[in-house]
Design a protein around this ligand. Structure first.
Ligand code: HPA
Length: 272
């Protein structure tokens, strides 16, 4: 994305924030959106008011940044995100990340709902993302590179921060949450995967599959943010159980796991 475009969006939000400087960014996935309601001294900026921002079309996703303090930290949370399957160019999916970067965000917490590929998982489990496989066929950094943001060929060896993984593990233990860990593989969607695709995903090393997160993580890693990713396994991926997949089940399970998810996310933010 052109630097001029990013800075135009940033200037608009900065004015709304009136001197407030967020240090931690978070992207709230399906079912987790109301986590942002717990933020104190909220300042809300609707995506639709921000110049250059796409509009999120998925039901169950509000489209706004919620800024304020949570667990004593200055945060900016995305209530609603943009998906590749909505038809957005990936560089547009990265725009909110670049906006957060220029607002001063140094650490990014990404969350999502996903399908379990690893058969030791059960729906409702939470998984720390240790690494990902970009199977979307696209990359948000394709095109002109802004050297001011990051290098042309970014290293992805430790996209998910090693120290943060340890921290999440510790917080999980303290809260008595059986936190799983694994590799997240992104498919473009919007179809759920076929059973054959899930068998392939398992063979190549995926523990979970989903339709988000990877573009934002690539963009955030490019601009030097430290990243932590937490997935909620909302269903077993296609072909594992003898039943069809649907969005209602995804929402239902993430709603069920919400209390656990929120306490983990809050615990992580407190310790970041
Ligand atoms: N596949 C892809 N995305 C998902 C799934 C799934 O099984 N569950 C929730 N998001």
């Amino acid at each position: 994305m052109d630097l001029k475009v990013i800075k135009e969006s940033v200037e608009f939000i900065k004015e709304k924030l009136n001197g407030f400087e967020p240090e931690i960014g978070a992207i709230l996935g399906s079912g987790l959106g109301d986590m942002a309601d717990r933020i104190e001294n909220k300042i809300i900026v609707k995506y639709s008011d921000i110049p250059n921002m796409p509009v999120s079309t998925v039901q169950g996703h509000a489209g706004q940044f919620v800024c304020g303090t949570l667990e004593g930290k200055n945060v900016i949370m995305m209530q609603g995100r943009f998906h590749f399957y909505e038809g957005h160019n990936m560089s547009l999916i990265a725009l909110p990340i670049h906006i957060m970067k220029y607002l001063g965000v140094k650490s990014l917490l990404v969350t999502n709902a996903c399908g379990g590929v690893n058969t030791s998982f059960v729906p409702g489990d939470l998984m720390m993302i240790t690494d990902h496989i970009n199977f979307s066929g696209a990359n948000p950094l394709i095109g002109h590179n802004e050297e001011e943001i990051g290098p042309r060929f970014p290293d992805m060896s430790t996209a998910y921060d090693t120290e943060y993984l340890k921290l999440a593990k510790k917080v999980g233990e303290e809260l008595n949450i059986d936190l799983k860990e694994g590799v997240y593989m992104m498919f473009s969607g919007p179809t759920y995967e076929t059973p054959a695709e899930i068998r392939m995903a398992r063979i190549i090393g995926a523990d979970a599959v989903g339709m988000s997160t990877v573009p934002e993580v690539i963009a955030a890693n490019h601009c030097g943010m430290r990243i932590i990713g937490i997935s909620c396994i909302t269903n077993m991926a296609a072909g594992i159980l003898d039943q069809p997949l649907n969005h209602e089940e995804v929402i239902e399970t993430s709603t069920m796991a919400k209390a656990k998810f929120v306490s983990l996310v809050k615990g992580i933010i407190r310790n970041l």
